[in-house]
Design a protein around this ligand. Sequence first.
Ligand code: ATP
Ligand code: MG
Length: 440
Amino acid sequence: MRLSSSFLPTLKEVPAEAQIASHRLMLRTGMVRQMSSGIYAWLPAGLRVLNKIADIVRAEQDAINAQEVLMPTLQSADLWKRSGRYDAYGPEMLRIVDRHKRDLLYGPTNEEMITDIFDQFVTSYKGLPALLYQIQWKFRDEIRPRFGVMRGREFYMKDGYSFDADYDSAVVTYHKMMLAYLRTFQRIGVKAIPMLADTGPIGGDLSHEFIILAPTGESGIFFDSAFAEQNWLEMPVDIEDKNSLASFFTRMTSFYAATDEKHDEAEWEKVPQERKCEGRGIEVGQIFYFGTKYTESMDVSVAGPDSKKLYPHMGSYGIGVSRLVGAIIESSHDDNGIIWPDNVAPFKAVIINLGMKDQACKDVCESLYQTDPDNFLYDDRDERAGAKFADADLMGHPWQIIVGPRGVAQNIVEIKRRKTGMRAEVPVDQIMEYMASHQD
Ligand code: ATP
Ligand code: MG
């Protein structure tokens, strides 16, 4: 994308209500604009990040054979009356009446709807297990929307749902999902640590929250730093083999990790002193096993092997896709701006042209840009060098390729890694190779 002709507005003045760095940086870099309290428009830079996160989430869900669906944002109140949650959910639910005076609501989550869909199509235990997910907007009328997209009212969520024949099989699904989540967050480039959690209004017996370390987070956390060193992408786990999944899960839970709600001093004492990490964190996902809570309350059953009624055991699995955009920035920025992890950055690199009047500079920039125009941002504005550098740091592109007349005369450009500040002079024809081999 060429910066001179793109819609990537940056702001000098930041609205005073932005209390934390990620919110300020998202506004300053023109990623989002608040349209009303807790409701945001996503502009090109923000949307690119949102879509990249969603793509990674999708790929890892597909890898455990979850199938994508898309349910409507508006739901009928009748569905929620069947489960008993219509009254229980409270003022966070946005209730709407249509022209025929029928009660609707903007979905805050979709357990009821997916259970109804399942009910329409699956009549026998032979249709189990079933694992479905969607990535769709949700609405919760939060009493105090704040921190930008981190606690919005309208937000983008991956929500998955599983149906299994019994407890043992539901636990296998839970383990698969745990693995998919660890891999998802690792690919996104954040350390999200699963912590045993309370199940809250969803109900149920088994739940983990995934928490990203950040000092402005709402949860106090305690964890063993050995956890963060694990490479879940390289760990050989056979998702078709329940023993392989169970041993992965045992290994994962062998590292102490708890929010302050679930913190256990006696267990904490067993963690070697040098591995103890304490801090605050942001919840970016949560998974639940809740058994037959909805299938029983909505009377959704299948015929079991003995022809008796079988109420499937369910789980649900959320990832806050739009919250992640803020959470990633919250855990990865400095005084100059955002530091994007490579896999979710809006652009892989910015090409900074310091010789707008120099034909050789322009030629080098143009040919570099053409090697990957979708992933490169070309700063071809008629601006001072200082302004271009400041914007490049602010927007947080993983690489800056700096093209100036003196270097170009020797066929050399300068490259800067945003994350480490490392700089190097690299021959023009080796840029792509250089970036690929210097990922740290
Ligand atoms: P919180 O405790 O932060 O209110 P929750 O536990 O109510 O969140 P879940 O029902 O577990 O949320 O939803 C799954 C994920 O959706 C959360 O882990 C979070 O990342 C995201 N999420 C929930 N509420 C919001 C919100 N108001 N704005 C943005 N993301 C949200
Ligand atoms: Mg939660």
